[in-house]
Design a protein. Structure first.
Length: 309
């Protein structure tokens, strides 16, 4: 059926994310892994505009290289739009205009943020009124990071990362992100981790991943130094093995005063935690002067939401 369109054009903004803690369990027969993650949404955003169309189409632009972003049904945002239409029985189409600021294939969930934004935008455009629980259910079908892009804030993810529980985080954490011109394939990084773990000198992962309780305590207290002492990313050794140059970036940031640096998700984006906004600005300036693309962001921030016209 054709539903009444709530607006001629809907604008939704969704955040990129960091995994401030990421433990990866054993690989299953289907190739997937159980994980335990502490997610934080940060102020690096994807913007999606949705408007009525006879078909399902999209255009992509942004401040990052978007040449590798598909414009067909391989794109999670377009799949999200079709999913909403099917769920509410809408027989029209939509055009999605995506403006990307999160690095593509950078380990910050940019594609997942696009999908979350598309779910919210299409629901609003078509007057679906699906509600947050149903949108979360649809999001989980699109990928592990999509539900968190909807939720935002700080959360603990288990299972494949899509079983979310909100986590209390006091105050504001200051991050400097160093991006890379060349992305890393998430499946390739996981596959390389499995290959590395098959070597006898790599300790096997725990059977059931879990988030370190001290990470939760540091987030709850808003204590950047305590969080820095407990950050962890099990994918980092594999990402550094595939991209040894990232190790030089980590060393440069920590020499320049970062409390800690780590690979974001599957990489290659590097996240540095700073003690306060002034320290973050100094770190950004130092890394930029060394020739890196360095961005100062903060977290936690809200998840996908409709912006006023």
């Amino acid at each position: 059926m054709t539903l009444p369109v709530a607006s001629e054009r809907v604008h939704v903004r969704a955040p990129g994310k960091l995994n401030v803690f990421f433990e990866v369990g054993d690989v299953h027969e289907d190739g997937y892994h159980d994980v335990a993650s502490a997610y934080q949404a940060v102020s690096l955003y994807e913007d999606v505009w949705a408007e009525p169309s006879d078909d399902f189409t999209l255009s992509v632009s942004g401040s990052v290289d978007v040449s590798g972003v598909p414009a067909d049904d391989r794109n999670l945002a377009l799949r999200a739009a079709r999913m909403v239409a099917q769920r509410i029985g809408y027989d029209g189409g939509v055009h999605l205009d995506i403006v990307k600021n999160v690095p593509v294939a950078g380990g910050m969930g940019g594609g997942s943020a696009d999908a979350a934004a598309a779910l919210v935008a299409c629901d609003a455009l078509w007057g679906g009124q699906l509600g947050s629980a149903e949108l979360q259910r649809l999001a989980a079908r699109l990928g592990a990071d999509v539900p968190f892009a909807l939720m935002g804030g700080t959360a603990i993810g288990t299972g494949r990362g899509d079983q979310l529980s909100p986590a209390l985080a006091q105050g504001r954490f200051e991050w400097v992100m160093v991006t890379s011109d060349t992305g890393l394939s998430t499946p390739e990084v996981y596959g390389h981790l499995d290959a590395m773990r098959a070597q006898p000198d790599i300790a096997p992962p725990r059977a059931v991943p879990g988030v370190d309780p001290e990470v939760l305590q540091a987030l709850r207290a808003g204590n950047a130094a305590a969080l820095a002492a407990r950050t962890r990313n099990d994918l980092q050794p594999a990402a550094l093995s595939l991209r040894p140059d990232l190790g030089d970036v980590l060393e440069a940031g920590e020499r320049a005063g970062a409390l800690v640096g780590f690979v974001s998700g599957s990489g290659p984006t590097i996240a540095f935690l700073a003690s306060d906004p002034a320290a973050a600005l100094d770190l950004q300036v130092t890394l930029s002067a060394a020739g890196h693309v360095a961005l100062h962001v903060h977290g936690p921030v809200a998840g996908a939401r409709v912006l006023a016209r």
